[in-house]
Design a protein around this ligand. Structure first.
Ligand code: 3HC
Length: 305
C-alpha cells in the first residue's frame, strides 16, 4: 500500500488498476453509487413540472436540466463500475433499500417556484459540495465531476433566474417564491450531511483525499454564498438566527434539526414511498430496453467472434 499512500500524499490520482485498500474501494462504491442514485431520483421532483412549465422557454430549460441529471447518473454509474461493481447490482441495492439517495429529493414540489428554488438552493449546494470532488483522489470520480459541475452551474443559474422573475413579479408570485424558499432552505443545509462530529466517514474519507473539506465547512461556505443572493432576490431565509459575524468572517445560523434528516434517510420523508415506487416502476417498464440491448450486444459479439 506504500504506493497508494505516496500517490494520495502527493495529491495524485488513484486509477482503477492501481493497488488500493479494500475499504477505500468500498467507500468509493458507496459514495459514488449513492451520488448516482441521487441524480436519477432527483429527476422526479422537477420532471413532474415539465408538462406544467409556464412558458415554452421554461419548459425547454427544465427538460435540458432533467436530461442532464440522467446523464450525471450515467457518468457516475460508469465511474462506480471502474471499481468492479455492476450498475444493475447497484440499482438492485437502491430498489431494495441497501443503498440510499440524497434526502433532499424526498420533499414535494408544490408550485412552479419550487423548480426555481431547487435550481438555486439544491443545485447551488450540490456545486459547493461537488466542486472539491473534481480534485478527489479517485481519478474516474474526479474526472466525472468536472463535467457534472459545469452543468450544475447552468442548473443553479437557471433556477436563480426563474426565482428572480417570480420574486420581482406580482405580490402573489413573490409570495409563492418566499413559500418555496421557506420550505427548501433547511433541507438544503441537510444535504451536506451530519455535523462533522457525527460524520461516520469523514475522517477516513479526508485521509484518503476523497472528501476535501468537512461537511460543516462546506455547509458554512454555502450559507455565506447564499445569503447575499437571497438579498438580491428580495427573499428572506427562514432562520431568525442568521446574522453576519464580523469576528468569524462568516454568517452565524440557527440549529439544524438533524432528527428530520435521519428520519428522511430512514424512509419517513414526505415523498420517500412515492419516489421509490416511481423508480421501481420505471426500472420494470425499461426491462425490455435492457433485454433488447443485451440481445443486440450478444448478436454483435457472435458476429464478430
Ligand atoms: N441524504 C442521505 N444520506 C446522507 C445525507 C443526505 N443528505 N447526508 C449524509 N448521509 C448519509 C451518508 O451517506 C452516510 O450514510 P452511509 O454510510 O449509509 O452512506 C451517513 O449519512 C453519514 O454521513 P457522512 O458524512 O459520514 O457520509 P459521507 O462522508 O459520505 O458524506 C456526503 C455525505 C457529503 C453526501 C458525501 O457522501 C458526498 O459528498 N457525496 C457526493 C455528493 C452527493 O452524493 N450529493 C448528493 C446530492 S444530489 C445532487 O447533488 C444532485 C444534483 O443534481 C442536485
Amino acid at each position: 500500500m506504500e504506493e497508494f499512500w505516496r500517490i494520495v500524499g502527493e495529491d495524485g490520482r488513484i486509477e482503477p488498476r492501481d493497488v488500493m485498500p479494500e475499504d477505500y474501494r468500498a467507500s468509493l462504491v458507496r459514495q459514488i453509487a449513492q451520488h448516482a442514485h441521487s441524480e436519477i431520483i432527483g429527476m422526479q421532483p422537477e420532471g413532474a413540472w415539465i408538462s406544467r412549465a409556464p412558458s415554452l422557454r421554461r419548459k425547454a430549460i427544465l427538460m435540458a436540466k432533467v436530461q442532464d441529471e440522467a446523464g450525471h447518473g450515467l457518468y457516475l454509474y460508469a465511474a462506480a463500475e471502474t471499481l468492479g461493481v455492476d450498475r444493475g447490482e447497484l440499482l438492485d441495492k437502491l430498489h431494495d433499500g441497501r443503498q440510499k439517495y440524497s434526502s433532499i429529493f424526498n420533499y414535494p414540489t408544490l408550485t412552479w417556484a419550487d423548480i426555481g428554488t431547487i435550481g438555486w438552493l439544491v443545485d447551488g449546494a450540490a456545486i459547493v459540495n461537488q466542486v472539491p470532488l473534481c480534485r478527489c483522489s479517485y481519478g474516474p470520480y474526479a474526472r466525472a465531476m468536472v463535467r457534472v459541475c459545469k452543468e450544475e452551474s447552468f442548473h443553479q443559474r437557471q433556477g436563480f433566474e426563474a426565482l428572480h422573475t417570480l420574486s420581482h413579479g406580482t405580490p402573489e408570485q413573490h409570495a409563492m417564491a418566499q413559500d418555496a424558499v421557506d420550505r427548501w432552505w433547511w433541507p438544503s443545509l441537510m444535504m451536506f450531511g451530519p455535523h462533522d462530529a457525527e460524520s461516520t466517514h469523514s475522517e477516513k474519507s479526508m485521509a484518503w483525499g476523497v472528501k476535501r473539506f468537512s461537511n460543516d465547512d462546506l455547509r458554512q461556505r454555502f450559507v455565506d454564498m447564499t445569503v447575499p443572493q437571497a438579498e438580491a432576490l428580495g427573499l428572506t431565509l427562514p432562520d431568525p438566527d442568521l446574522r453576519w459575524n464580523e469576528e468569524r468572517g462568516h454568517y452565524d445560523f440557527g440549529t439544524i434539526d438533524f432528527t428530520e434528516l435521519f428520519e428522511v434517510i430512514k424512509g419517513n420523508g414526505p415523498c420517500n414511498a412515492e419516489r421509490m415506487a416511481t423508480r421501481r416502476g420505471a426500472h420494470e417498464a425499461g426491462a425490455w430496453v435492457r433485454e433488447a440491448a443485451n440481445a443486440y450486444a450478444d448478436k454483435h459479439a457472435r458476429r464478430t467472434a
